[in-house]
Design a protein around this ligand. Structure first.
Ligand code: FMN
Length: 411
């Protein structure tokens, strides 16, 4: 038996959405992983799943009626809040999200949420128009500002037949989030307590590639998938940071909605977003693979293949790390990434000094499992105190965790 959640007490909240059927599997998986689970739901949730299923799977009475004489403890909303280590609300309907955001406590779930001051994950699940409705987005934003983690919904075919964002992540994925969150909360960090260093810190994070247009259909770019940036975004979010994620075009997305997402295309746009944000940030981690050169001119029409050869004139892009390093205040921390193919350590050391960074994460392309478009990475940390620490090949999630541990130990 997988006992990675052994001893964890988890409240699973359900509201009235079709995805509630998936939550039955989530409950089983949480219990299989060693957790104790109690369920709480809105009256509408019981249109989709039955009390018998929830009680049988969780092994505990269901808390669904705020005023029922059947409740073992009359103030169950308070006792559940005391009992649990963590709450996950899946599915979270647009209606329930709105109530959470505005402190409305008119049923068992919303009242428990109002009384709950520990780690909470909300998994929105709804039709794509409901999800993108400005009211729903504003309500999710309010929850994010208050430190609630939002499990970003998947995109795809929805139960109503529509296509788009709004599908609740699969139970296995939600289980992984819960495990990840518990690991983040439990593991003692080097030189700092689990939650304290990043909690409430504003972190500028860049990720993914940039694309530099040549003409309306062609561009210059690189193989960066954005996975490293997304892993860093998730790890920072779980540690309580306000993540400002400036992301180039990428297929992957962070599992948890960052505090702010700013989508950019070109190196110039990324430079502008980063320099505007930097003065109000505590930390910047620049993991994006930014183009060093961009075409001097972008052709308005598709370039014809009239000649045997073609010369593109390129100009240097603005160096984001150097610019942030130049403007850095003494209490800010700056992390750059480097990818070198020769004299790796020496070049990374020079980069750190020249650009006034506190730490460089040196990517290696030597190992077949490291670098672009793979889920693992092998890095070396080089810091402002002259230390060099080579890491083993690990998943990008573990590398993200190591980077954050190492950075906090520098202070
Ligand atoms: C068949 C059906 C499916 C629904 N699915 C969803 C859904 O996936 N997400 C959602 O936000 N609302 C959905 N609704 C609407 C909610 O059930 C409705 O807004 C309800 O008031 C939510 O109550 P609650 O938030 O208290 O659980 C659905 C309604 C019906 C009839």
């Amino acid at each position: 038996m997988d006992a990675s959640l052994k001893g964890k007490k988890i409240v699973v909240g359900l509201s009235g959405g079709i995805a509630a059927y998936k939550t039955l599997t989530l409950i089983r998986l949480l219990i299989k992983a060693g957790a104790e689970v109690k369920c709480v739901c809105t009256p509408a949730a019981l249109e989709f799943v039955t009390p018998l299923s929830l009680e049988t799977l969780s092994g505990h009475p269901l808390y669904s009626d705020l005023f029922s004489a059947r409740n073992e403890i009359k103030t169950a909303h308070v006792s559940y809040a005391d009992w649990a280590d963590l709450m996950i609300v899946a599915p979270a309907s647009a209606n329930t999200i709105a109530k959470f955001a505005h402190g409305i406590a008119d049923n068992a779930l919303t009242t428990l949420f109002a009384a709950f001051d520990k780690n909470t994950v909300v998994a929105p699940a709804m039709n794509t128009r409901m999800y993108h409705n400005p009211a729903t987005q504003a309500n999710l934003d309010l929850l994010l500002q208050r430190g609630i983690r939002i499990a970003a919904p998947d995109s795809g075919q929805l139960a109503c037949g529509a296509e788009g964002d709004g599908r609740m992540p699969e139970p296995e994925t939600l289980l992984a989030y819960v495990k990840w969150m518990c690991r983040c909360l439990d593991s003692p960090r080097k030189g700092t307590s689990a939650d304290s260093f990043y909690k409430g810190k504003k972190v500028l994070l860049t990720g993914g590639p940039t694309v530099e247009p040549i003409d309306p259909v062609r561009y210059l770019s690189n193989h960066s998938s954005g996975l490293m940036g997304c892993s860093l975004a998730d790890e920072l979010t779980l540690r309580g940071a306000d993540v400002y994620f400036v992301a180039g075009p990428m297929r992957v997305r962070p599992h948890f909605s960052p505090f702010r997402s700013i989508s950019v295309q070109t190196a110039g746009e990324m430079h502008e977003a980063a320099t505007v944000l930097w003065p109000s940030m505590d930390i910047a981690i620049l993991s994006a693979a930014v183009a060093d050169y961009t075409p001097v001119e972008v052709s308005m029409q598709k370039i014809k293949k009239d000649s045997d050869s073609l010369c593109l004139e390129l100009k240097k892009t603005q160096d984001i790390l150097a610019r942030l390093g130049k403007d850095k205040r003494p209490n800010q921390l700056l992390v750059g990434f480097a990818l070198e193919t020769e004299n790796e350590i020496e070049n990374a050391r020079t980069k750190l000094k020249r650009k006034n960074a506190d730490m460089i994460v040196l990517n290696s392309l030597r190992n077949p499992g490291a670098g672009f478009a793979v889920s693992t990475n092998q890095v070396t940390f080089i810091d402002k105190h002259g230390r060099v620490e080579a890491q083993e090949l690990k998943s990008k999630e573990e590398v993200a965790s190591d980077i954050l541990d190492y950075l906090s130990s520098l202070c």
